[in-house]
Design a binder for this molecule. Structure first.
Ligand SMILES: O=C1O[C@H](COP(=O)(O)O)[C@@H](O)[C@H](O)[C@H]1O
Length: 246
């Protein structure tokens, strides 16, 4: 299969990027529900997506998605209790699930009460069981980009970058001295759609490294993300896009 490249969606500021990505989310959800009766999305964490989730839960968007047909997973998680302010699950719960009254059965959180390797293995089973006989293809994987060019929890110089298995892995980050849990790149790459949300000047160098420089996944792990026969969508503000080659 032919590997695709990327499609840039660049907007003046963060608010415009968020509105465009929220509209994209609505479109992806309605296409998936029309085709398969449900929408399976993997969320990202960190600071950037919180505003997106709040926007999706706002009056302008809440009627535009059949929320009872949406199933939420997490592309990565910090190895912290689900009550920790660092938990990606807690952030999404507060910004999205609670305001929209999402049923617990629609939310698949990573069980961080388990040891990291066990939590990753269990989440891999949760993903497999959700898709059953079918290939584990998320309708949409939302991703962010760290200023060190990581995405999900695919960090520079970590063994998971070379993992060829479709699944979920624990990752030890030696600099931070913490574990995380992450989708592998092959699991992300078999999604039907992948969208990066990146805004702010602080991300400009990483965006340039990923999209302009030759492949070097050890240093720029987000370069691992590519879809078969389809473009990866990048939603950027002008600041984040400012170092891209013209
Ligand atoms: O650690 C994480 O960071 C990245 C980027 O997050 P941001 O705060 O810089 O927007 C995110 O994609 C990932 O899910 C998260 O765990």
């Amino acid at each position: 299969m032919e590997k695709s490249s990327f499609c840039l969606h660049v907007f003046a500021d963060a608010d415009a990027v968020l509105a465009a990505l929220a509209d994209y989310f609505v479109d992806q959800a309605s296409q998936a529900v029309a085709a398969r009766g449900r929408f399976a999305v993997a969320l990202s964490g960190g600071s950037s997506p919180k505003k997106l989730y709040e926007l999706l839960a706002s009056p302008a968007y809440r009627e535009r998605v059949e929320w009872d047909k949406v199933y939420f997973f997490f592309g990565d998680e910090r190895n912290v209790p689900q009550t920790s302010p660092d938990s990606n699950y807690l952030m999404a719960k507060k910004a999205l699930f609670e305001p929209l009254g999402i049923r617990p059965a629609q939310v698949f959180a990573i069980d961080t009460a388990l040891a990291p390797a066990e939590a990753a293995a269990q989440y891999g089973v949760d993903v497999e069981e959700f898709f059953g006989e079918k290939k584990a293809r998320f309708d949409l994987v939302l991703l962010g980009l760290g200023d060190n060019a990581h995405t999900a929890s695919l960090f520079p110089h970590t063994p998971v970058l070379h993992d060829k298995a479709v699944g979920v892995k624990d990752v030890w980050l030696p600099v931070e001295q913490v574990f995380r849990i992450t989708f592998t790149a092959p699991l992300i790459n078999q999604a039907r759609a992948v969208a990066f949300l990146v805004y702010g000047q602080g991300k400009a160098e990483a965006v340039h490294q990923i999209l302009d420089l030759p492949r070097d996944i050890e240093n720029y792990p987000a370069q691992l993300i590519e879809l078969d026969g389809k473009e990866v969508d990048w939603f950027l503000d002008e600041a984040a896009a400012s170092q891209l080659k013209k």
